[in-house]
Design a protein around this ligand. Sequence first.
Ligand code: NAP
Length: 498
Amino acid sequence: MKVVRNKMTNEQKALFIIFGGTGDLAQRKLYPSLFNLYKQGYLKKHFAVVGTARRPWTNERYQEIVRNSISGMEVTAQQANEFSSHFYYQSHNVNDTEHYETLRKLADELENKYEFEGNRVFYFAMSPQFFATICQHVKTQELVTEKGYNRVVIEKPFGHDVKSACELNDSINKYFPEKDVYRIDHYLGKEMIQSIPALRFSNNIFNALWNYRYIDNIQITLSEALGVEERAGYYENAGALRDMVQNHILQTVALLTMNAPTMYADEDIRKEKISALKALRVYDPEGVKQNFVRGQYGPGNGQVAYREENQVDPHSQTETFVAGRIFVDNMSMAGVPIYIRTGKRLTKKETRIDVVFKNAPYNVFGHGKLKRNILSFKVEPNPGMELRLNGKKVDFDQYSIQSMHLRHEHGEEIQSKMPVGYEKLLYDVLQGDSASFSHWDEVYYSWRFVDSIRQAWDQENLPEDAFPNYACGSMGPKAATDLLKEDGNKWHFRPDEA
Ligand code: NAP
């Protein structure tokens, strides 16, 4: 579906029902994103938000919370008041059937007041353990409408392995068909992740070169400088593999390795992403040993070790770092190693992709090695791209080659206009554009791949002193560097050496 943003004519009509309306995600991400859509005119008169959670807040208290959550943005008092007047609070326990009846009555009253044309977005901003019961009640207590659309937005994590993801999916699909399920991966809302298809499929220079003949390897880094902060309880069970690889990294791999879609439309894109994820080479335990590295941070840079963090088992074997060598066995990318790494308490926070091209087959300039061309997508903190080329060094008495960098950074003005991840995704939900959401088949193939690694690691008898194996402030364990060395490669992004 082609999405046209036209502020004058594009007012969206919808009622949002947010389960978990008092939570961190709602306050930090959803209300500011809804406000941006409101400020731009995509949400105007015909929208309202019902926030639900157990605590007994009043509408006034809730509206104050909403105003607080947008107070750091460019907003006048009048805008804040008008925007927050569209917010209603309903104290609600998701396990209590009667509460859904009260919710239905409120939703119907608001329909009469705001005329949403029956469009409803059910946003599950709470723990996945509740998703099945919410779906069931929303359907059986007739919160869905006959007239408009009824879309369900689901936060990660979507299961913790293939089995639990299948069960969760079955329990949702019993009540909502796949076309109405929007599985959020907020990385897919990031501007430079969205730019991957644009760069690949609108430039013949890349279109022609994007295959095993010309690409030597691809490197994906999602590095975080922070530790687990207040998420230790969740993280202890998830670890970096489930928290980052199954979703953000594999979605990025899919965008980098999929074949060109027939059209840039949601169904066509999803079809190609599913094929790419289906083609992921699934490892046996020996393959996992050869291709994957895990790590856990020890002390360093004035920070404590992971095992000393609050709510973390002092003998924890949870990985806070993963690096791996992935292959997508399809016709265009077969044999191209895709190196991935992600971790906490690394040298700096940065997300980037470096596509490393093969060297020219012959160096007509004589001795010395030419540097390889590298196309870098800089996702954050400074969105932009860079292309490393070889060029002539300005010199008087000899003809020599040096590296040159073509750089494009989205300037401050463009950055200030960039939709933040959630804003773009909420807009897409309203438009019914599911291109930037994970289809169930994508989730399934991602879990299938991740499960093979998790199971191999779980079967391994890791000695307790295997961790910690990297210091806070480094770029992970030495084995992550060795992984590339074995192939004669190295990480292009090495902030620890700067
Ligand atoms: P949170 O701050 O703990 O919020 C949970 C919400 O659920 C609260 O509003 C809580 O309010 C409500 N709740 C809990 N039990 C309930 C029940 N039985 N009935 C009704 N409401 C109930 O969690 P969060 O950080 O917002 O995360 C929500 C979901 O988003 C999680 O799945 C998380 O993994 C995912 N996520 C969060 C972030 C983030 O940045 N926070 C990022 C990515 C994904 P009451 O206690 O008042 O009931």
